[in-house]
Design a protein around this ligand. Structure first.
Ligand SMILES: CC(C)(COP(=O)(O)OP(=O)(O)OC[C@H]1O[C@@H](n2cnc3c(N)ncnc32)[C@H](O)[C@@H]1OP(=O)(O)O)[C@@H](O)C(=O)NCCC(=O)NCCS
Length: 139
């Protein structure tokens, strides 16, 4: 998928934090250690630095949600992260994002802590970020 196609999915799916432009996504894709896992209507984007993987974003177009696409993107993302040498994965998710928190918990991520007021809601309200991590089983 091109950065424009990824941005179109992001634009339809994201609320908090807000969607990224194609330019922003292209910049992340050019990071050393960048990892992109895609499904038909979704993607997971992150990077590996030394033995740590970070999931930067994950989105599935609204019309294709609840079909297992995010779960499959996450599984592929984990496989790629392990191949790049990651032994642990980290992510941040808005405390109000019940769907994503349920997805990550089901995938084996544990909640490590809270960043108070890390995000801004659409009304400018402060929303906490939950920091989650998962230890990867060696390939
Ligand atoms: C979160 C998101 C990526 C899930 O994508 P999805 O393809 O619908 O998720 P899946 O179908 O793979 O669901 C896997 C599991 O996640 C959980 N889940 C997904 N959507 C959920 C919802 N709306 N409510 C509760 N749990 C949900 C469930 O545990 C689900 O398993 P189940 O279907 O067996 O119950 C999608 O809702 C999305 O793009 N949201 C907007 C963007 C976003 O918030 N991204 C995360 C940023 S950190």
């Amino acid at each position: 998928m091109t950065a424009e196609e990824l941005a179109a999915i992001h634009g339809r799916a994201m609320v908090v934090p807000p969607a990224w432009s194609a330019e922003t996504i292209q910049g992340f894709l050019e990071y050393p250690g960048a990892i992109l896992a895609t499904s038909q209507d979704g993607f997971a984007l992150g990077r590996v630095t030394l033995d740590e993987g970070e999931l930067l974003t994950l989105a599935v177009a609204p019309k294709a949600q609840r079909q297992g696409q995010a779960r499959r993107c996450l599984q592929e993302f984990e496989r790629l992260a392990r191949a790049f040498g990651a032994v642990r994965l980290f992510l941040e998710v808005a405390a109000t994002n019940e769907a994503a928190r349920a997805l990550y918990a089901q995938a084996g991520f544990r909640e490590d802590g809270v960043r108070k007021g890390y995000y801004r809601g659409t009304a400018g309200d402060a929303i906490d970020a939950i920091v989650m991590s998962k230890t990867l089983i060696p390939a």
